[in-house]
Structures are given as C-alpha cells and as structure tokens.
Design a protein around this ligand. Sequence first.
Ligand code: ZN
Length: 84
Amino acid sequence: MENPKRTLEPRPVTFRCEWCGAESTEMRMPGPTPRYHTECKQPAQNSIAASRMRDMRQRKADQNPFAPKRPRGRPPGSIKNQAT
Ligand SMILES: [Zn+2]
C-alpha cells in the first residue's frame, strides 16, 4: 500500500441529520461524522443555545431556599480522599 501524500480531500459522507432527521450524503472533510446538514447547522445551534438558556432560567427558578441541600457534616477534604 502506497501512501505518498496524506491529502485532506472532501469525501462523500453519509449521515443522518439530527435536526431534520433526513439521511443524506454531503462532501465533507475527513473527520468526525457531521451531525447536521450545512443548512440545518445554524437553526440547530440556535435551538441548542435557546434550550440551554431555558435550562439555565429554569434552574434559577427552581432554586428554593427551603429545598434540601447537599448532605452536611462532611469535611471538605473527604471527597478528595475517597478517590484513593
Ligand atoms: Zn438536516
């Protein structure tokens, strides 16, 4: 097997878009399989960012001063010591 030059050339990659669910083949550079179509990537990323913001807002709303907290009575070093 000869491999004189490792050229990075776009090659057809078949994948299922997580945004629209359609399977398609696109010319892509070698690397991890794409998750979205070129045209689906932007709305998908916007959606991810929006849902992340929603999560953050939700988490803030859930913060209740009367909610149970982490178990107390453990010295701060004990967590680190558990690893050994
Ligand atoms: Zn798509």
